[in-house]
Design a protein around this ligand. Structure first.
Ligand SMILES: [Cu+2]
Length: 271
């Protein structure tokens, strides 16, 4: 695979939540040592150093016609096919559903343009090749020409609500000053933060006297989850390291679930 000498004009990819491209960047990618990135490197080799080159010219919004199913994460580019690997252990960023969050889109050279962020539908399985039909039809966030700071476009938006577990955030950056559109796959895991669950619990207790069902799950759609979550700029450490494979992740989730269950039992006893 001959990589032509690239002129010093380049581009970008989603950095937070980390995309497969920035995560597996052999230079600085926070996930570069993971099993998934190493498997991707076996397929894509040195191409993974070009984390900002997942771009296709002249798409002009026809993403679904131009980028083939199963190749969304490589933008249909053969040299990046390692990023399409369908595996359960891609390191994923933990997100709280419906929370406000700051996104960072890393750029090597800026462009004008619009970002569209899509999330996968319920039932998404990372072990299947990612298809357009696995994504919700409409983006949950659209931003045009956001400000740029410290080598990244920064924008804030609300995460999709009602999501749990493993999902993909698919980011399309359609530039307006070049013919190119860029594509990024960010593996994420939606789970409500523990302290949000705790702080929400006392509310139903004050309505005692009524026949409020004590064991009912809180109505997350009505809860201002975002206001309780810190809006601090995301860092590399937010990556769930899936180094030991999916087992570690499952263990973490199972442990978290057990802790929540114990807390629920305690609260119910106090009522
Ligand atoms: Cu560029």
């Amino acid at each position: 695979m001959a990589v032509p000498a690239t002129p010093a004009r380049a581009h970008g990819a989603m950095e937070s939540p980390a995309s497969r491209a920035t995560g597996c960047d052999p230079g600085h990618g926070p996930a570069r040592a993971s099993a998934a990135c190493r498997a991707a490197a076996k397929v894509s080799g040195a191409a993974l150093a070009q984390w900002d080159e997942l771009r296709v010219p002249n798409v002009r919004g026809r993403d679904r016609q131009m980028i083939p199913d199963g190749e969304l994460c490589s933008a249909g580019l053969t040299r990046f096919h390692g990023l399409d690997l369908a595996r359960a252990d891609w390191p994923a960023t933990r997100l709280a559903p419906a929370a406000r969050r700051t996104f960072r889109y890393r750029v090597s050279i800026p462009h004008r343009g619009s970002f569209r962020l899509y999330v996968t539908r319920d039932g998404y399985r990372p072990t299947r090749p990612l298809t357009w039909s696995a994504l919700e039809a409409k983006p949950f966030l659209k931003v045009t020409d956001p400000p740029r700071r410290d080598g990244a476009y920064i924008f804030t938006g609300r995460l999709p609500k009602g999501k749990t577990g493993r999902h993909m955030i698919y980011t399309v950056w359609q530039t307006s000053d070049t013919p190119d559109t860029y594509y990024s796959c960010s593996d994420v895991t939606f789970s409500a933060a523990r302290k949000q669950t705790a702080s929400r619990r006392p509310a139903p207790a004050r309505t005692t006297g009524s026949a409020a069902p004590a064991g009912r799950a809180p109505d997350t759609s009505a809860s201002p989850v975002a206001d309780t979550s810190p809006a601090k700029p995301p860092r590399d450490t937010e990556l769930l390291v899936a180094g030991g494979g999916a087992a570690a992740l499952v263990l973490m989730l199972a442990t978290g679930g057990a802790v929540a269950a114990v807390r629920r039992m305690r609260i119910r006893r106090e009522l």
